[in-house]
Write a protein that binds this ligand. Structure first.
Ligand code: NAG
Ligand code: NAG
Ligand code: NAG
Ligand code: NAG
Length: 847
């Protein structure tokens, strides 16, 4: 239906369309995985790369946790599990948009001791040990907000627009949960992008495809394995150079497996370790949340080692009841425990090919991506299935998805000029629409009519219009056609209103068989919703044009404007009636869409949750600031102690007076006592005030020391400036005499030279006086003149003289207009001098 949306994407360099100062929007991309999240920022002037976290890491663990009042993110939150297993939350991705009794929630209980509780909507929330409940949407939102803050640190400005990747198998409920999290985080969703498509975009950025190529993106992640068949083609047109040849990316099919990802490997490996411990020590760990959390972390470490080695040591200190656990696991043992998963590694490839209607022969390469694609048993299985020659490891397994998403995001913003790429994605599931048939007779049994609307594998970003013969208000239901274990079928119910009135109106205006047309959009984020509903019919055209046409007859086509299938409307005029011309008549219908099954967050919850998150951010920021202020004061107190206790010969001692040190020591003592007794409860303002009070006492000493360092240099500079000024004045006066003798206008006015003279005298006098005073002063007295004063005087003089020096030498001028204009200028400059007194030096500007 709707054509592929053209996306102008970027290649290599960002080209600014608008000046950055005026409109420097940025686009954030987040690849939110079950174990790790990656982010990237697109902003003109900021190098395009993966966003680093506070520890300069390129990926961030998708974990959140609470240690008492403190909220932790990333590895801090993940590592918290070993000590506070009930307050550390990971692997939340599969819980997005999932019901509390879903298989996803049940599986989560197998891998984590976190307490899962139902929300009002029947979805999943966690309960911390302090009793606080957080919905999965909020937990993910906090992680998005954390990334937002990192991005804003890099951008130096607010970031709102975001593209988030999702697996192609995500249902509308799961997608809606991601959208809700984006909104709670204070971000604005540009789109959700299927991660296979994101990798394909990344792959296409540096390539052209003179001939159509088919590739499989094989993405082995923590929570699933996905395979996507993608077609790439370059539309060559003679005008375009190879770098700007537009590329078309079309998803043709995909397959997935939700049981055989990296998380399941961790779970099985942990089981092996727990059993080893049990057989060695005769104690079962399985009920012990802390021990199991420690083993979870160890399993992840061992898994990574087994990717490169035949075996791995296992070592966990004080795993359970103070018993250290030391052991060994071989890759063979691990792979044996996963043997049943093996067919699942490659089934997604087969499924993807089947849904695309292609065979392996049509595929140029299988591009491996995703963290678990490094696991040897997965690689071996894929190699065996597709052959070594087809394996490609030519994208960054961890970052291709987020970088592709960022490029996609840039393409949606008019600010970035990019290589042109057309992207066409497809839907994962069949969606149907159903409604109750109008009873033929009052007694006839109610009958439900089901109509397929979107098919699995059909294009997204498409609208479909359904035409129904109805006379009264009625409702429609959008639903997934086929039952899946991961999510329910009903999506939403749409109540149409005002049908009877609209139909009556059309009928009255001459429509013979008016109908109701309902338009459903499957968005580029693969969300189905009703976007339009109208009553429609061919009504009599009462306009002059219509009447004229009616008189002379018309041979206009009856095809409707959108080309969708129509109930035919008879237009043949009745015999005794005059010829009547018809035109399409549409009356907008009101409709209300109510989500079914797993509902999006309600508006009230949304507002409340947003406030809760903002408050949490505020509390954290205040805490961080207080901590910072406390550390500053503490450090300062230590440094001051050292200075006061230092040797006689330190600069601090030399430049300070006894009385100053006594006062400082007194306040230091007082502040230290305060710090040790009340410093835990103080706020940042108090910390800063305490520090400022001490600094005020130290400042004069500090200044003397600095003056001793910089003063001599400044003095020499000023003396040199005065000397140069004298030289200038002497030379100028000499020239003036010569110029007057030759009948020329002197190069400088009398005012100008007088001003220089006055400056010189004034400065020489000041300097002499000050130097006399300085001789009588000790090191710990404030100096008689400051570096700043000397600099200011020197600069004023020098700037003025240099300005005069740039003026052209006088020449003999023709005796006409120019000499009179010169005279005018001179008189102007004189009057300026008088008006401004001595503050501004006179300057005779020559134009
Ligand atoms: C039909 O509706 C239109 C507005 O949509 C209104 O202007 C018109 O008067 C109505 N006609 C009848 C016959 O109700
Ligand atoms: C009928 O169609 C023909 C050819 O399409 C056109 O030239 C002619 O003007 C039409 N007549 C009227 C009355 O619209
Ligand atoms: C003061 O400055 C002079 C040179 O300008 C230097 O030799 C001397 O060490 C400085 N005094 C102190 C205590 O730093
Ligand atoms: C005086 O005249 C000489 C020779 O023309 C020139 O080099 C010098 O810069 C002049 N001095 C001033 C202060 O204008």
């Amino acid at each position: 239906m709707a054509p592929a949306k053209p996306l102008a994407l970027l290649l290599f360099s960002l080209l600014l369309v608008f000046p950055s100062a005026v409109f420097a929007a940025s686009v954030l991309a987040i690849d939110y995985g079950s174990d790790w999240m990656k982010a990237s920022l697109m902003k003109p002037g900021v190098p395009f790369d993966v966003l680093l976290n506070r520890d300069s890491k390129r990926k961030i663990q998708s974990s959140i946790g609470w240690k008492g009042e403190d909220r932790l993110f990333g590895s801090d939150a993940f590592n918290l599990a070993a000590r506070f297993p009930l307050d550390s939350f990971s692997n939340l991705k599969s819980l997005q948009g999932a019901a509390i009794d879903s298989i996803q929630a049940h599986y989560h209980a197998k891998i984590s001791p976190a307490t899962l509780v139902p929300t009002e909507r029947g979805t999943v929330a966690v309960k911390t040990s302090s009793g606080a409940e957080w919905s999965v949407e909020e937990l993910v939102a906090m992680q998005f907000a954390y990334v937002k803050e990192l991005a804003e640190g890099l951008a130096g400005s607010k970031v709102y627009d975001v593209v988030v990747t999702v697996p192609s198998y995500f249902s509308q409920f799961q997608r809606q949960a991601v959208l809700d999290s984006i909104e709670l985080a204070g971000l604005r969703p540009l789109a959700l992008l299927n991660d296979g498509t994101a990798v394909a975009i990344n792959y296409a950025m540096t390539r052209t495809f003179p001939e159509t190529e088919h590739h499989i993106i094989y993405d082995a992640g923590a929570s699933s394995i996905r395979a996507t068949v993608v077609s790439f083609s370059s539309k060559t047109n003679s005008a375009s150079t190879s770098a700007s040849t537009p590329v078309e990316i079309e998803t043709l099919g995909f397959g997935y497996d939700l049981a055989a990802g990296g998380t399941e490997f961790d779970r099985r490996l942990r089981l092996i370790l727990a059993e080893q411990f049990e057989s060695k020590n005769g104690k079962s760990l399985k009920g012990d949340a802390k021990a199991m959390a420690k083993l979870w972390k160890e399993a992840g470490r061992v898994k990574a080692i087994l990717s490169a080695n035949a075996d791995s040591n296992v070592a966990v200190e004080s795993l359970y009841q103070d018993i250290d656990f030391k052991s060994k696991v071989s890759r063979q043992t691990f792979e044996k425990a996963c043997a049943d998963l093996k067919p699942r590694f490659t089934a997604p490839i087969t499924d993807a090919l089947t849904s695309a209607g292609l065979t392996l022969n049509d595929i140029k390469s299988v591009i491996l991506t995703g963290g678990a694609s490094r696991t040897p048993m997965i690689q071996a299985a894929v190699r065996a299935a597709v052959g070594d020659a087809k394996i490609a490891q030519n994208v960054n397994a961890d970052e291709a998805s987020v970088l592709g998403a960022a490029l996609y995001g840039a393409s949606l913003s008019p600010q970035f000029k990019t290589k042109e790429i057309k992207v066409q994605d497809i839907a994962a599931y069949n969606i149907q629409i159903s409604y109750a048939a109008e009873p033929k007779t009052p007694e006839s049994k109610p009958r439900t009519i089901q109509t397929p609307l979107f098919y699995s594998g059909s294009k997204t970003s498409v609208k479909k219009t359904l035409t129904l013969k109805r006379k009264d208000d009625f409702s429609l239901r959008l639903a997934y056609k086929d039952a899946k274990p991961e999510f329910p079928q009903p999506i939403s119910e749409i109540q149409l209103m005002g049908v009877a009135e609209a139909i009556a109106n059309l009928t009255e205006r001459g429509a013979k068989e008016p109908v109701v047309k309902v338009t459903v959009l499957l968005s580029d984020s693969t969300i189905a919703s009703v976007v339009d509903a109208v009553a429609h019919g061919q009504v009599k055209d009462d306009s002059i044009k219509g009447k004229l046409k009616g008189l002379f007859g018309s041979n206009e086509s009856k095809a409707t404007e959108d080309g969708s299938s129509e109930v035919p409307v008879p237009t043949a005029p009745a015999q005794e009636e005059p010829v009547v011309e018809y035109k399409p008549g549409n009356i907008q219908l009101k409709f209300v869409e109510t989500p079914l099954s797993i509902k999006p967050l309600s508006a009230e919850f949304r507002a409340e949750a947003r406030k809760r998150l903002i408050d949490a951010d505020k509390v954290e920021l205040a805490k961080r600031k207080t901590e910072e202020a406390r550390n500053f004061l503490e450090g300062y107190l230590y440094r001051l102690r050292d200075l006061l206790d230092g040797e006689e010969t330190t600069p601090f001692m030399e430049f300070s007076k006894e009385s100053e040190r006594e006062k400082l020591a007194e306040l230091h003592e007082e502040t230290l006592t305060w710090f040790n007794t009340e410093g835990d409860d103080a706020d940042q303002v108090t910390f800063w005030a305490k520090r400022e009070a001490l600094e005020a006492l130290e400042k004069p000493i500090q200044t003397r020391y600095e003056e001793n360092e910089t003063g001599p240099g400044a003095l020499t500079d000023l003396q040199q400036a005065l000397f140069a000024g004298r030289m200038f004045l002497t030379s100028a006066r000499q020239n003036e005499t010569e110029e007057l003798a030759a009948g020329l206008t002197p190069r400088f006015t009398a005012d100008e030279l007088e001003w220089v003279e006055k400056q010189l005298v004034d400065n020489e006098k000041w300097l002499e006086e000050r130097l006399e005073v300085q001789k009588t002063l000790a090191k710990n007295d404030d100096p008689a003149f400051t570096t700043a004063e000397m600099k200011a005087r020197g600069v004023t003089l020098q700037t003025y003289v240099l300005k005069l020096m740039r003026r052209k030498q006088p020449k003999v001028k023709p005796t006409s207009t120019s000499s009179s204009s010169s005279a005018t200028s001179t008189s102007t400059s004189t009057s300026t001098t008088r008006a401004a007194e001595e503050t501004a030096p006179p300057v005779h500007e020559e134009l």
